[in-house]
Design a protein around this ligand. Structure first.
Ligand SMILES: Cc1ncc(COP(=O)(O)O)c(C=O)c1O
Length: 396
């Protein structure tokens, strides 16, 4: 039985062969970036710097040195959130978020940050008007704090570019404009969209982009990072060896070293670089259209199958290539297991680390079966997935 992998929102499985080759070559040739001036160390520095440049170009940031590497988006989001916010500040977010935003946000709330989580509608769409209202309320509250306590906290918004459950896309330019109007910082979780959608930090008014390397950027697991505007100061989450300023007691404050401690995942970053070069050659827009065509093909068939509930807003296909569904009252884990065992189709059931989105859509108990597509998938594979869903729905 052919195995069909439709879980690319969790991690990419099909990758360009150049990525694997780059990792092997790096393991054979790379020394430690910033730790010495011999050829192997310099080779490592060159590859890592080049990867920073490619990421800076992809996100239209303020310079290669403003890109710091982490192990994944979770570490990048923790670094940004915990390194920016102080007690008394306001953090605004939405129910669309992944636990890599929500859990650090709850921790910050415990330490005295005012946390506001905005609801979506029943299709999981981003609440722009509500964001404006909450921004207004929080700016006002911070003004009053200034008048009574002489302290005015920052207002920060953090949000995902696309829901990892519904695939609904948010209009980042609109959010950037709202944040700019209220002088709030805008932190973007680009885990589901980096490498699929254009992200323009300068044009869209984004202050920090947090990304992961192992999804649509086509890199290996263990890669990720954050791209930071120069005006944003982030305290390091970790401190330690940096290869520079060895006799200082404090970790260096200059980017990117400020947010990197210890040896980087150079081998993984070399693979990520190959992934970025592949995306550049293929064109992000071209790859996205292929993925959205597969999504459209799948949606148009499954949405009319009796007993199937599809979650999210499909009024436009300008969305991430994700579709989550349920069949009748069947547990999503059972459906996903049967898809895997009887049809060879890999999907992701359960809660997808997005508890509030599930609650908003009313599928907390059942979970949902998530199908997510890559440009490496084929129309034939989508047809097989449709047949599988139809047969399971007919049996129910
Ligand atoms: C929207 C979103 N944010 C953050 C993450 C966390 O990414 P990572 O597991 O690479 O840290 C994910 C992963 O699925 C995600 O979908």
């Amino acid at each position: 039985m052919e195995r069909i992998y439709l879980d690319h929102a969790a991690t990419s499985l099909y990758r360009p062969k150049e990525v694997m080759e780059a990792v092997i070559e790096a393991m054979e040739t790379m020394g430690n970036d910033g730790r010495g001036s011999h050829g192997e160390a310099l080779a490592s520095s060159r590859i890592i710097y080049d990867t920073r440049s490619l990421l800076n170009e992809l996100f239209h940031g303020e310079g290669a040195e403003q890109v710091a590497f982490t192990a994944n988006a979770t570490q990048a989001l923790n670094t940004a959130l915990k390194g920016i916010l102080n007690p008394g500040d306001t953090l605004i977010t939405t129910v669309l978020e992944h636990n890599s935003v929500l859990r650090p946000a709850y921790e910050l709330e415990e330490s005295g940050v005012c946390l506001r989580i905005i609801e979506s509608d029943s299709l999981g769409r981003f609440p722009y008007e509500r964001l404006e209202q909450v921004m207004e309320e929080e700016t006002e509250r911070q003004k009053k704090r200034w008048e009574s306590l002489g302290q005015r906290g920052a207002v920060v918004f953090v949000g995902t570019h696309a829901s990892n459950l519904t695939g609904n896309l948010t209009d980042i330019r609109k959010i950037g404009q709202i944040c700019a109007r209220f002088q709030a910082l805008f932190l973007l979780d680009a885990s589901q969209t980096a490498g699929i959608f254009p992200i323009d930090m300068i044009g869209d008014g984004i202050d920090v982009v947090c990304f992961t390397g192992h999804k649509s950027l086509m890199g290996p697991q263990g890669t990720g990072g954050l791209c930071v505007k120069k005006k944003v100061r982030i305290r390091p989450l970790l401190s330690g060896g940096s290869g520079v300023m060895t006799y200082e007691k404090k970790h260096p404050f200059r980017m990117p070293t400020a947010l990197e401690a210890g040896t980087l995942n150079g081998h993984g970053i070399a693979g990520l670089r190959a992934g970025l070069l592949y995306l550049k050659k293929q064109g992000v827009d071209h790859l996205r259209r292929k993925e959205q065509d597969l999504l459209r093909q799948f949606y148009q068939e499954v949405c009319s199958i009796r007993n199937v509930t599809v979650y999210g807003d499909f009024s436009s296909f300008d969305r991430a290539p994700i579709l989550s569904l349920n069949i009748g009252d069947l547990d999503s884990g059972e459906v996903s297991d049967r898809l895997s065992e009887e049809y060879g189709i890999d999907t992701r059931p359960g809660g997808h680390c997005a508890p509030l989105m599930h609650e908003a859509l009313g599928c907390r108990e059942q979970g949902a079966v998530r199908f997510s597509f890559s440009h490496f998938n084929t129309e034939e594979q989508i047809k097989k997935a449709v047949i599988a869903v139809r047969e399971l729905a007919e049996m129910e």
